[in-house]
Ligand binder design. Structure first.
Ligand code: XIL
Length: 455
């Protein structure tokens, strides 16, 4: 290397004294000038397929020629970086192979004059990010469906669709089937977005779980401020439920009919507009209308904190027992499972699950996400938290997988990748709650899901 540099320096000096063609180390003859060779800095932003090089500006230069090769002697040039012309003093070198050694040098240009070569830098591109997980979730889970909450807009993104189709065999609309979307104005339904999801799922052989007909957080404003009588309100809700369930009869095989009806910690029935206008028994009425519209559809009651909020849990099971004794239709319970890496504890989850089994109901883990930053103490996903999250996902899947087949329904993840999770704006702090990274690569949590099936 020193020898080569001395040789180049000599050529440069000779070029200064006499205008003399001097062979440089790529074997070409060039006119050497007074133009100083640039100095290359170390490469930055090295990824599996690219890196950036910068160099010191050369006085008088109006351009630079960059060479990239896979060998030190620049015999194996990497196209198109063979005397690549660049006016700026940096270049992002792209479309490279992962885990490969690259060598770079640069010359300065001034009109037709070209300097000698700069120092040579070398670097190795990173290993390829593994976007192909060991095994897709849906093929590993042979005894229950693996669902994902998706939204109509994301279906048209190729990268999303590829993962939805590879990993999942059931879908839930993240918001498109809620009443504020499907029934925006009196007498005027809008199923455009819901239809898009339903058509997509059917075309890709995925089951569709309907979510959610009645939810106090997705009430259209005209319903919230309904001006008619209570009888008119009830007739309107009956018509709404009948219309939606009938539209998707045979396609949407299960519905969360009422979502989150009970208050936190007290287990009291929420005083929603539905309760105020239709009375305490409004949930039973809604279930019956769903059953009347579709005798085959599975009817679920869905709520959060079901594994540890004992009052809410008690109210839910009391309702289930009451419905059973009165013959009100109810096929299953949805535990949302918006949880954290360190909570709730295993015993609480297992005990709550057992209560569903004891009642012979279907169980849906309906909205799984696992926060790793509930205390807002980290600003990036640390390797340790990623592993702790993996363990929690493994535990949840192990518990679900161990329930009797008669109680199994589906385990649904609430979203695809971390940067799109509702958790980010709900809690308003950084988090990484899902199974895929922002770049679509599977996380440790994905591996945890697979492990939970094997435990
Ligand atoms: C959330 C969705 O993720 C958001 O996109 C939407 O704007 C609001 O609702 N419990 C539920 C889900 O039952 O419907 C909620 O989903 C999350 C909490």
């Amino acid at each position: 290397m020193i020898k080569i540099n001395m040789y180049l320096m000599l050529c440069g000096i000779i070029g200064l004294v006499v205008s003399f063609g001097c062979s440089d180390d790529d074997g070409e003859n060039r006119n050497k000038t007074a133009l100083v060779a640039p100095t290359l800095n170390n490469a930055t932003d090295i990824s599996a397929n690219s890196f950036t090089v910068t160099w010191e500006a050369v006085d008088g230069a109006n351009g630079y020629l960059i060479d990239v090769a896979t060998d030190q002697r620049f015999g194996q040039m990497v196209e198109p970086y063979n005397s690549w012309r660049q006016n700026a003093i940096s270049l992002k070198v792209e479309n490279l192979d992962p885990s490969t050694d690259y060598y770079v040098r640069v010359r300065a240009m001034m009109g037709m004059e070209v300097s000698g070569n700069s120092n040579v830098i070398s670097l190795t591109t990173l290993e390829e990010v593994d976007t192909e997980p060991e095994e897709p979730l849906k093929s590993a889970a042979t005894t229950f469906s693996v669902g994902v909450a998706l939204s109509a807009d994301r279906i048209s993104s190729g990268s999303h669709a590829k993962l939805y189709e590879r990993e999942f065999n059931q879908v839930t609309a993240e918001w498109e089937m809620k009443m504020n979307i499907t029934y925006p104005r009196p007498g005027e339904f809008d199923f455009s977005k819901a239809d898009k999801i339903v058509d997509y799922a059917i075309a890709n052989d995925m089951g569709i779980h309907g979510h959610a007909l009645i939810w106090h957080n997705a009430v259209p404003s005209w319903v919230e401020s309904f001006s008619g009588t209570n009888e008119e309100f009830e007739a309107m809700i009956k018509d709404y439920i009948t219309t939606v369930v009938t539209r998707y009869k045979g396609k949407v095989k299960s519905w969360d009919v009422v979502n989150e009806a009970f208050e936190d910690n007290s287990g009291e029935l929420r005083n929603s507009v539905f309760r105020r206008k239709m009375g305490d028994d409004y949930i039973a009425k809604c279930h019956q209308w769903v059953r009347d519209a579709d005798p085959e559809v599975k009817i679920f009651y869905n709520d959060y904190s079901m594994t540890f909020d004992k009052k809410k849990q008690q109210s839910t099971f009391n309702m289930a027992d009451d419905f059973k004794s009165r013959g009100v239709p109810l096929d299953g319970l949805g535990f949302q499972m918006h949880i954290s890496y360190n909570w709730p504890n295993t015993n609480d989850i297992e005990a709550a699950v057992q209560k569903v089994i004891d009642r012979g109901l279907l169980l849906h883990f309906s909205e799984l996400d696992v926060r790793v930053n509930p205390d807002n103490g980290i600003s990036s996903l640390t390797p340790q938290r990623a592993i702790e999250q993996q363990k929690k996902v493994e535990e949840v899947v192990r518990i679900y997988n161990a329930i009797p087949q008669a109680n199994k329904f589906a385990l649904t993840v609430w979203g695809l990748k971390d940067d799109e999770s509702w958790i980010l704006y709900f809690w308003d702090n950084p988090d990484w709650p899902l199974l895929f990274n922002a770049d679509f690569s599977p996380k440790e949590a994905h591996t945890g899901f697979l492990q939970g099936l094997k435990d």
